[in-house]
Design a protein around this ligand. Structure first.
Ligand code: PMP
Length: 401
């Protein structure tokens, strides 16, 4: 008999499926604005110089072997990663109430964090922004939670719907977990200002909810690692206990090395010890212990002042190229007199721009112009460079007219 005959064909992942379609397209004009990975102005993947140098040193270090890491990962990495995101002066760290585990990049962190959240707190539901990175829904569902959404994007202003967000969160049942993008919101590129974050914090302080920060773009949003951690740090200073999922994929270019961390800020040291002991059981039953190479690289970079400086400088260059392309694209759209206001392309932050193109216009971009992008109108700015920006503008003009 056909043992697996009842299995239904799943739709391809909308983001990763787009990369396959791009690769298979023979057109010399094709532009990849689908995938969320950095590309140089020559449309090539980037390996940071600090990463290369750290790898050389690791290879030459006779004390390094390929033994297993502990369940919670590499200790030096965990401490350095924690201080990078929470700040080296974080009061919760000083009080010994931050639990840290090395994870399989941001996604692995979210999955282990969601499992911990379900096991420790059993929230009635998980709230994600509307829209959000699609995998948030799947991860929190697979961890056994009902997923609901709160307003975030306001089409009329192509900006943040703060009133709608707070109104939706006012309805959240007690104990709900609220997922917040720490910076460079995916897919909209719209972040609350510091003053708006403070307003959100004032409101959430009155609610019985658990906060869950997802940080996939620290350093990518503004080019400044501390700026991009503002929300997380200020919530923790106010006394919020929370989860933080930290990815190093984008800000170190270590996408395929799967390096990230999960931090859980609890009430006190004693609770943290218990939480860590339980989180380790979840990890042990998932993949036992995390991979080593990425942790060694990040740990070398963050502990060596010269390597760290090189990394930070290159990260600034990378975020600057993206910001330059935002300006260039708007210049080209203006020169072509493309109808509509495109200023949001400049004001949006991080890797993406939420263009406002309709699904039909996106189809035209892809099918006629070979400009690959998500059907929700999201383009990755890193796919745009000085050689194709004028072409992309022409494609947008043709699609909206
Ligand atoms: N969260 C968000 C919002 C993201 O955009 C991403 C990357 N696309 C991730 C988490 C996780 O990515 P990774 O698993 O590669 O670290």
């Amino acid at each position: 008999g056909n043992k697996f005959g009842e299995v239904k064909l799943a739709p391809p992942d909308p983001i990763l499926g787009m990369s396959v379609a791009f690769r298979n397209d023979p057109s010399p004009d094709k532009v990849d604005m689908g995938v969320g990975a950095y590309r140089t102005n020559e449309a090539k993947p980037l390996i940071f110089q600090a990463v290369r140098e750290a790898e050389r040193r690791i290879l030459d270090d006779p004390t390094i072997n390929k033994e297993y890491l502990p369940i919670e990962g590499l200790d030096s990495f965990n401490r350095l990663a924690r201080d990078l995101i929470l700040g080296s002066d974080c009061p919760a760290t000083a009080e010994g109430r931050v639990v840290t585990l090395q994870t399989l990049s941001g996604t692995g962190s979210l999955r282990i964090g969601a499992e911990c959240c379900k096991a420790f707190l059993n929230p009635p539901c998980a709230y994600v922004s509307r829209p959000t990175w699609g995998n948030h829904n799947t991860i929190f569902e697979k961890a056994g939670m009902q997923v609901k959404s709160y307003a975030y994007w306001k089409e009329s202003t192509r900006g943040l719907d703060l009133e709608g967000m707070l109104a939706d969160l006012a309805e959240a049942p007690a104990g709900s977990v609220v997922i917040l993008h720490a910076c460079a919101h995916n897919p909209t590129g719209v972040d609350p200002s510091p003053a708006q974050w403070d307003q959100i914090a004032d409101f959430l302080a009155t609610k019985d909810v658990t906060l869950y920060f997802d940080s996939a773009y620290q350093g990518f949003a503004t080019g400044d690692l501390d700026n991009d951690a503002y929300a997380i740090r200020s919530f923790i200073r106010r006394g919020f206990q929370c989860f933080v999922s930290q990815s190093f994929a984008k800000n170190t270019g270590l996408y395929g090395e799967r390096i990230g961390a999960l931090h859980i800020v609890t009430a006190n040291r004693e609770t943290s010890e218990k939480v860590l002991s339980q989180a380790k059981i979840i990890v042990r039953a998932s993949y036992s212990n995390p991979p080593k190479h990425g942790a060694l690289i990040v740990s070398r970079i963050l502990s060596d002042p010269a390597l760290k400086e090189s990394w930070i400088n290159e990260l600034k260059d990378v975020s600057k190229r993206i910001i330059d392309m935002r300006h260039k694209l708007v210049e080209e759209l203006t020169a072509l007199a493309v109808p509509g206001d495109w200023s949001h392309v400049i004001t949006q932050i991080g890797m993406f721009s939420f263009t406002g193109l309709t699904p039909a216009q996106c189809e035209n971009m892809i099918n006629k112009w070979h400009c690959y992008m998500l059907k929700n109108g999201r383009i990755s700015m890193t796919g745009i460079n000085t050689s194709n920006v004028a072409y992309v503008a022409r494609a947008i003009k043709d699609s909206v007219e």
